[in-house]
Design a protein around this ligand. Structure first.
Ligand SMILES: Nc1ncnc2c1ncn2[C@@H]1O[C@H](COP(=O)(O)OP(=O)(O)OP(=O)(O)O)[C@@H](O)[C@H]1O
Length: 920
């Protein structure tokens, strides 16, 4: 037991000895390390003292002398001496090397003397840019370069710009002219390096009392130089921010980190450089302006935008070099450090600057080719593009470059606004021409509707003077101003087409037009573009048409995109469309916005681009009107005589044989019965139909009343308008005549309105010429004739049409009654009640609802199964319409038609135009 305890103790003591030994070693090492560190610190402190005092004067410093006496410090002085010798050995060549550096980094106008380039137009395409731009020169004494003291060593000073760095310039008293000269020569070096158009300069001066950089005046007439309103810095900042956002989106989409990288990779300059020169007054900008400026500065360089700030105190993000003026000729710059004074280059001779600016401006205008024409919008070969994915066509030019409009997934529908005369119609022509020239009618179908008076788009359909038509056009509606129903019909048609396309897509298990076209290559699936000019007319009343138009439009706007159905809505005043604003969905779907000069509400509220847009230009914006999407384009004149027509003829010659003429709906011209296909195609049939007029529809459809044996198969025309009443009864008679073999129908005609007698006589002659019996009965004989017709009713065995013009005029005579006998009116009522089953139908004109009711008596309105109302108020018509509320504001040349057997509610029709002797 004891032995065991001893052994244990010995082990503990041994372990403690070992620990003590280890600690001793560690302490020793730490002591050594500390000594080494202290030595190092002492050497560094000595080095610092020597450097502070200067190596030549260090010996005079007692602190240096004291420390240097320590033998451990012996190496310090000699090491510093070696470093100095090595440094000067390199720097001895410093000024030369700086000169070479500037020469390489600032070639040509960027660094060479003005005599070599001033006044010459730049030629660089701008794929790469000089890294440095000369501003002056500086000198150092030979002594500081290890050379002979007293000898000046001069070198060039240049600053980076464009993709490289921003520049911040600070003035000293009375140095504004020197700063202007500095900025002017920097800008001119840049402008003279590149081909015209590669650089755009923006000038803003907070205290602009006179013109900024007046020698650049010639350039300010071109897009190369924009002078901004001193009170509207925000506009310039917005514009720059917009460019940055747009360019970043573009380059990132293409997979590049910066515009410079993209240029290098593609070998193409896709965007100009932009230099914004901001002259401040040394005071801080407003906080929100400063914030925006900083934000811009940090993203600008990658987008090829650089800032030159003069007396705008701020710290910018991104690379910034500074120049601070010391006096009129001298400055210090962050490029050279504060010890070196830069002698700024002398100002360029003002006259020569003016001449150089004028030359660049001239070259730019020449390059842009002046105003472009409609023909410049057209491709070299017609109809080569495919519309499966989108429609894309140039509509105008910006500095000679085409500006394209894209109708596709991101921009399915367009909204065009601009006051009267601002060029909307012209724009539409430019667009339609450019599209039609690129896409064949199998790729693109056009439906064009113009609500305003005039015939602006009538030329797309064949006319008297020009037989050609635009083969892409399927429907052209002009003078639709009062026929809002026609707009509705177009929307209904498009909604139906939408459903048809959706069903086909479902069947092929796809969702998108492009896929449908792939899956169904034999199908006919062109993109449909429906243009509605002055579309606000659709919403002109607080009525059912507006309500329906709004919901249809919303449906098409929402779903049209995937099915290739696109709306282009143009209006003088988008701001005033109340119903439309109530449905922002439509507005939001119109992501493509086109603002003609002075257009209101088309672009975003804060986007003022349309206000400043010059004549014959348009702001094209594919970003729902947000400022950064603005593209200002000059729109060529497409509406001058023969311009569009020339293209149309070419297209017509090419496609007309395979693509028939569009349907033309002209609200100002009623169709002529004898010219209408519905009349021409009539042949004898068992159930004849009396044609009353044409429906207001996308298809050319005649409306009529089938005169079968069912009760109530008569037609009443109600209202006082003689022209329309005559027309309706006339077309009814003539169309009925055509549906019977000659002699198989008898007409009994009685005209009780004097002024209509010649027309009725003429009709009777025409019916007779067709081989039918046409008996004209005078007003005096009518009561008896009606009596005979009633008596013969069950036995006649013939089809008969009793046609009466102005029944109300003969009512007193009809009402006369001999004692114990039935009156003429009783007989007429019998005919109305029992006629149809016995082959007799009454087609009569009553000049008022009350007189029609009088005629019908207590029997009610059932015996009038179909009617056409003219100048009669809707309320009065409800008894004839199963009691429903009837909306109808009478208008010339239109009738409200209701046939109980086919209609659920009345519809507007256009009575045929009945040629009259006084027609020209
Ligand atoms: N880009 C253009 N170049 C030359 N002339 C043009 C241009 N655009 C329009 N015009 C002319 O200006 C006039 C008015 O143009 P347009 O009819 O297109 O305007 P609008 O906005 O449709 O006006 P409104 O609504 O009154 O019809 C026309 O005579 C047209 O020829």
């Amino acid at each position: 037991m004891r032995r065991k305890a001893n052994e244990q103790r010995a082990r503990v003591v041994a372990a403690l000895d070992q620990l003590r030994h280890q600690i001793g070693l560690a302490l020793g090492a730490a002591r050594n390390a500390r000594l080494a560190a202290e030595l190092e610190l002492a050497k560094l402190e000595l080095e610092q003292l020597v450097v502070r005092a200067g190596i030549d004067r260090a010996g005079e410093d007692p602190r240096v002398a004291e420390r240097a006496a320590d033998p451990a410090m012996a190496g310090v002085l000699s090491w510093l001496d070696t470093v100095r010798r090595q440094f000067y050995a390199e720097w001895a060549d410093g000024p030369n090397r700086l000169r070479e550096l500037v020469a390489a980094g600032a070639p040509g106008p960027a660094g060479r003397p003005p005599s070599e380039w001033l006044g010459r137009v730049g030629t660089s395409r701008g794929v790469t840019a000089p890294e440095l731009w000369r501003i002056g020169e500086a000198s150092v004494d030979g002594a500081s370069a290890g050379r002979t003291p007293g000898v000046e060593l001069t070198f060039d000073v240049a600053v980076p710009l464009l993709d490289e760095s921003h520049l911040s310039i600070t003035s000293a008293p009375r140095t504004r002219p020197a700063i202007d000269a500095l900025v002017e020569s920097l800008l001119l070096r840049v402008l003279s390096t590149f081909e015209p158009g590669a650089v755009k300069v923006h000038l803003w001066d907070i205290g602009q009392l006179t013109t900024v950089l007046p020698n650049f005046y010639a350039l300010s007439r071109t897009s190369a130089l924009t002078v901004h309103d001193p009170t509207r810095l925000v506009d310039l900042l917005d514009e720059l921010a917009g460019h940055i956002r747009r360019i970043h989106a573009h380059i990132l989409q293409a997979g590049y980190p910066s515009l410079r990288a993209m240029r290098r990779a593609t070998g193409k300059r896709v965007e100009p450089w932009r230099i914004a020169v901001l002259y401040g007054n040394g005071e801080s900008l407003l906080p929100e302006q400063l914030r925006e400026l900083k934000r811009i500065a940090s993203g600008a360089l990658a987008a090829g935008i650089s800032l030159i700030l003069v007396d705008v105190p701020t710290t910018l993000g991104g690379a910034v070099e500074t120049i601070s003026l010391v006096d009129e000729r001298r400055a210090v710059s962050s490029m050279t450090g504060t010890d070196i004074v830069v002698r700024l280059d002398p100002p360029l001779p003002p006259g020569q600057v003016g001449t150089a600016a004028a030359r660049i401006a001239e070259a730019l205008v020449a390059k842009q080719g002046g105003p472009r024409s409609f023909d410049d919008l057209l491709p070299t070969e017609l109809g080569r593009e495919h519309s499966a994915r989108e429609l894309r066509a140039p509509v105008g030019f910006s500095e000679g470059e085409p500006v394209e409009l894209v109708i596709g997934d991101a921009t399915p529908h367009a909204l065009i606004g601009g006051p009267s005369g601002s060029g909307k119609t012209n724009f539409l022509y430019a667009l339609l021409g450019s599209l039609a020239a690129r896409y064949s009618p199998d790729e693109l179908a056009l439906y064009v509707l113009d609500f305003k008076e005039g015939v602006s788009f009538a030329g797309l359909a064949p006319g008297r003077k020009d037989e050609s038509w635009l083969p892409h056009a399927r429907l052209v509606g002009v003078n639709v101003n009062t026929d809002r129903e026609f707009g509705l019909a177009l929307l209904r048609f498009l909604a139906d087409e939408l459903r048809r396309r959706s069903a086909a897509a479902k069947e092929h298990e796809v969702t998108h037009l492009a896929e449908l076209r792939e899956q169904d290559p034999e199908g006919h699936w062109p993109r449909i573009v429906a243009v509605i000019d002055e579309f606000q007319y659709l919403f002109a009343g607080r009525d059912a048409v507006t309500a329906l138009a709004t919901s249809l439009l919303e449906d098409i706007a929402r779903r049209g995109r995937s099915q290739g159905i696109h709306l282009i809505l143009a209006s003088q005043d988008v701001a005033g469309i109340e119903a439309f604003w109530g449905k922002p969905a439509v507005f939001e779907q119109c992501t493509l916005r086109i603002a003609m000069p002075k257009a209101r509400r088309v672009l975003a509220d804060t986007n003022q681009a349309a206000v400043a847009a010059p004549r014959w230009h348009a702001v094209i914006n594919h970003e729902s009107g947000i400022a950064h999407g603005n593209q200002l384009a000059h729109i060529p004149d497409a509406s001058a005589k023969g311009v569009f027509a020339g293209l149309q003829r070419r297209l017509w010659e090419r496609y007309a044989s395979s693509h028939g003429q569009p349907r033309l709906f002209d609200g100002a011209h009623a169709p002529v019965l004898t010219e209408s296909p519905a009349f021409r195609e009539l042949t004898p049939v068992a159930r004849p139909k009396a044609l009353l007029g044409q429906s207001i529809d996308v298809a050319d459809i005649a409306r009529g009343v089938e005169l079968s044996g069912a009760p109530g198969r008569h037609v009443a025309v109600i209202g006082t308008a003689p022209r329309e009443a005559l027309s309706i009864l006339d077309s009814a008679a003539r169309s009925l005549a055509r549906q019977f073999p000659p002699g198989r129908v008898d007409f009994v005609l009685s005209c009780l309105v004097d002024t209509c007698v010649p027309a009725v006589t003429e009709l009777a002659d025409w019916l007779a010429a067709e081989g039918h019996k046409a008996e004209v009965v005078s007003g005096a004989d009518l009561p008896d004739r009606v009596g005979v017709l009633a008596e013969e009713l069950p036995t006649a065995g013939r089809r008969r049409m009793l046609m009466l013009w102005g029944v109300d005029a003969v009512l007193p005579a009809l009402e006369r009654k001999a004692p114990g006998q039935q009156s003429g009116l009783d007989h007429l009522r019998t005919l109305l009640k029992q006629g149809p089953t016995n082959g007799l139908h009454v087609l009569g004109w009553w000049r008022g609802v009350a007189r029609l009711k009088d005629t019908l008596g207590f029997a009610g309105t059932d015996d009038i199964g179909a009617w056409a109302a003219l100048d009669v108020q809707g309320n009065d018509l409800s008894p004839f319409c199963a009691g429903q509320v009837v909306h109808w504001s009478p208008r010339p040349g239109r009738a409200l038609f209701f046939d109980r057997s086919t209609h659920s509610s009345p519809e507007v029709i256009i009575p045929y135009h009945r040629p009259e002797p006084d027609d020209d």
